[in-house]
Structure formats: C-alpha cells, structure tokens
Design a binder for this molecule. Structure first.
Ligand code: BES
Ligand code: MN
Ligand code: ZN
Length: 477
C-alpha cells in the first residue's frame, strides 16, 4: 500500500472517507439531509455515504473523542478505516484527517498516527497467491500535510519493522530454515547494523550445548544471528535483545499432538520481533547501542534428536536435564542469554519468545506475559507498552516456582511441576542463566504472536508483536 499526505486543494480522488467524532459539528457543505436521513451521529463504526461535489463521500464514525484522544486512538481508527477500505472496489482512496485536530487534541499529529494504523491494517502476505491483489493508494488529506509527513517518518520505520517481522513469521518452515532466516536478514536494509553469524563449529567452541542439541534432530543447521547497532556513545553499555528463533517446533521426541503442530512455523516470532526492532531503530537513526541475538534452530524428531532424560552442560557451565524436548525454547535462550551477557556486558537484557502455550489460556490474545527482576526495567517496559498496541502484563516469579525446576541429578531441569505454572517456571528456568546485577526481562508472547481473525491494526496471521514495544522502549531510554 502506498500512503501519501496531501493538502485539501490537491485532492482529486473520487472516493473520500471522512472520520468524524460523536457530536462534532460537521461542515456546512455536507448534505445535511443525507446525514439526517441516515441519522448519522459519529458513533464508532457508523457509516453513511453520499455524493458531494462529485466525490463519493463516506462519513466514518470515530466515536467519542474526549474519552480516547491519544496516539493509539488515532492508530486504531486508522486500522478500522483500513478494514473498511478493503471492502471498497476503488484503488485510490482519500482519507480526510482535517477534522481530527483542534486546539483540544492531545496528539500533535493525529494524521500521522492515522496513517500508521492504516498501513498496519492493510498488511497482506500474498507471496504464494497466484493472483495478487493490486495495492491500494491512500492519500491522507490534511491542512498540515508536510508536518504530518515528517511526523510519519519514524512511525513508518516502525511499520517497516513490523511488516518485515510479519513476512518472516508468515513464511512456512520449508521456505524459512535457520539459514534462510539469516539470508533474509542479510538482504534487509539495515544501515549501521553489523551482522555476525555463528555456525555449528563456532557454537561448539563456545560450549553452547543446549542450543546445539535442540537442533541435533534436524537436518537444517542451526545458527546464532547477532546484529550490532552501536550508534550511541562509545562507552555506553548496550541493551541486548534476545528473540527465540525456532523455525519449526515439532516438539522433538516429546512430539506435539497433531493439533499442536499447526502454525508452529511461528515459533520464531520473538526472533522476528528483535529483527524488526533493529530495522526500526536503524531507520530512525536512534543514538543508542543495541544488540539483537537470535538463536535459530528447528526442533525436529529423528534418530539424531536428543532424548528425554539427556543431560547437557550449557555454555554457562550449569548442567541441564532435558525433562521434555518440547521445552526447547528455554534451552536455546539459556545459551543465547549467556552469550549476550558474556560478550556484551549489557546494562539490560530482554528476551522475547513464544515460550509457553498456556499463555493463550491466561490472556487470550490480549497480553503478553512480562517477567522481570528489576523495578526500573519493568516500569520502562510497561510505559512503552502503554503507548503501543503491544500490551504486556506482569506475572510473578518466586522461590517456589524456581524450586520446581530443580533436577535430581543435574543443576536444573527444563520442566518442573508437571507443567503446573508453566509460564512462571519457564521464566524461573531462564533466570538461572542471568548473571548477578543484570536487569533482565522475559516477555512470553505465545498468546499474541498470531491472530486467528482480523484485528484493525493486525489482519489474520502474524501480528509482528514486539517491534512497536521494543522500539518505543529504546526510544524512551
Ligand atoms: N513453542 C511452544 C510454545 C507455544 C505453544 C507457543 C503453542 C504458541 C502456541 C514451546 O516450545 C512449547 O512447546 N512449550 C511447551 C512447554 C511445556 C513442554 C513445558 C508447552 O507450552 O506445551
Ligand atoms: Mn516446544
Ligand atoms: Zn517452541
């Protein structure tokens, strides 16, 4: 989709959508009779159409403004308009943002946020459709078009990051192996980002046995993808972001039931989120030091796959009993987190992962779970979340959950309590690999990585969750 900002005088498109608020005084030029006849009030979701000055004009109810006036409100409004636009046959459509701003509007550039929501809502993955729908051209009509266009630049960078993340997640496992993931990232536009890739040999040298043995059942070779964006002060410690990159999760020897295999290509959504974040940060040109790490594997079943009961020594030296081969995410993350801490001595480290299926039972598709060992980091993440569509909610870690991960014969087991408190115990497992005095957060995004039905800003399919959140978090630091 193409988005442009134009001033009212430039508008020649024959279809015009005008969002209006409940109780808003409408322009005298509108056909008041048409409005009256339909009893249009501006309630959210209400629509009327009529011809005016040769334009097919739609009034589009945006709801009560005073209750919801925020960046996010205008983004969601854009998303709702995007859903509506999909139902229209026309290819060129103008959306009038002129009435969105007045002296009471809190958001400085509602038109830019509207455009961002429109862009996110119109995402399509049609790579494998023989017949591709022609992309629509959207013109945002605004009296302050050039100002809005400027404000849209950073939002566009985030949108780009989300698009790339969605593309990666949508690719099936036959098209996106760990090696393909690496290649795809190398082809992305990533200025000032240094890409390093560790292969099996290099990981063996480092003793990353947890990661390597999750991968050992697969024909596809594992990799550790590292992206360094050091655009901040030289002596400033970086923030490290780690994203789970399981290109396919069959469960391994603890094979998933048939229904559990569906969509397991999306088990690299955390990895896609940190890649998307790096795209956004580099496009914006943020003056910060950030490193993204993605452990990339397939979790498959074969005669070379690890067994249940195997014990491995992790890169950290901690020995791990594999109680369940389907709890593979925490294994690869443990080595990746350790590598990130050893190599980069970060001030903060955050991992994001589709770690536990039970998150869906806890939060439906509303929130990702947040686990964090540091009050400041927690607040920073919650604050960033409140500004984006990526919602997180804190869950507890405590000594009892931690104890459930003790192993009889190794230092720790990768499953505890027969699956009870599955998300919290998984977090406690990861915590064992966090070094003293490092602020760490774990975001379990299994609940929010995929939409089963359309949402205004995220159509059915991969959501790209995490890009907006992590980018906002870094921007606010
Ligand atoms: N990738 C899954 C988690 C998942 C499941 C994400 C469903 C999205 C939807 C993860 O590797 C996994 O299999 N977790 C297990 C943990 C269990 C073995 C302790 C799970 O959730 O069942
Ligand atoms: Mn699994
Ligand atoms: Zn998994």
């Amino acid at each position: 989709m193409k988005i442009e900002f134009i001033i009212p005088q430039q508008n020649k498109t024959s279809v015009l959508i005008i969002p209006t608020f409940e109780g808003q005084k409408l322009h005298d030029d509108f056909d008041k009779n048409a409005i009256k006849a339909y009893n249009y009030t501006g309630k959210a979701g209400e629509k009327v159409s009529f011809m005016m000055d040769g334009f097919l004009t739609y009034l589009f109810g945006a709801g009560k403004k005073e209750e919801t006036d925020s960046d996010l409100f205008f983004q969601k409004l854009g998303g709702t308009i995007a859903s509506f636009i999909k139902t229209l046959p026309q290819k060129e459509i103008s959306v009038c943002a002129c009435g969105l701003k007045n002296e009471k509007t809190q958001t400085k550039t509602p038109a830019a946020h509207l455009a961002y929501g429109l862009g996110l809502g119109s995402y399509v993955f049609d790579e494998y459709k023989s017949e591709k729908k022609e992309a629509k051209s959207i013109k945002i009509v605004s009296k302050t078009a050039s100002e809005d266009e400027k404000a849209f630049e950073n939002l566009f960078a985030v949108m780009d990051g989300i698009y790339e993340a969605r593309d990666l997640i949508s690719e099936p496992a036959n098209m996106l192996s760990p090696a393909d993931f690496v290649e795809a990232v190398k082809e992305m536009e990533l200025s000032k980002v240094k890409i390093k890739v560790l292969d099996t040999k290099q990981m063996q040298k480092l003793g990353m046995n947890l990661l390597l043995n999750v991968a050992s059942g697969a024909a596809k070779e594992p990799f550790l993808l590292v992206m360094e964006y050091m655009n901040g002060p030289k002596n400033e410690k970086p923030t490290v972001l780690v994203g789970k990159g399981v290109c396919y999760d069959s469960g391994g020897m603890n094979l998933k039931p048939a229904s559990g295999l569906t969509h397991m290509k999306y088990d690299m959504s955390g990895g896609a989120a940190v890649v998307g974040t790096m795209i956004a940060l580099s496009k914006i040109g943020v003056k910060k030091n950030v490193v993204a790490i993605v452990p990339l594997v397939e979790n498959m079943l074969s005669s070379t796959a690890q067994h249940v009961d195997d014990i491995w020594t992790s890169m950290s030296g901690i020995t791990v009993e594999v109680g369940n081969t389907d709890a593979e995410g925490r294994l690869i993350l443990a080595d990746a987190l350790w590598y990130g801490q050893e190599k980069y001595k970060p001030s903060q480290i955050i991992d994001i992962a589709t770690l536990t299926g039970v998150m869906r039972y806890v939060f439906a598709d509303q929130y990702a779970g947040l686990f964090c060992n540091d009050e400041t980091l927690k607040d920073e993440l919650k604050n960033a979340s409140s500004q984006t569509i990526d919602k997180i909610w804190e869950l507890p870690m405590n000594a009892a959950f931690d104890k459930m991960m003790d192993s009889n014969i190794a230092d720790v087991c990768n499953i505890g309590g027969q699956g009870a408190a599955g998300s919290a115990t998984a977090a406690c497992f990861l915590k064992r690999f966090i070094q003293k005095d490092i602020a760490w957060a774990h975001i379990d995004m299994a609940s929010v990585c995929w939409n089963d039905s359309d949402k205004p800003m995220a159509p059915k399919g991969a959501t790209g969750f995490g890009v907006a959140l992590l980018t906002q978090f870094i921007l606010d630091k």
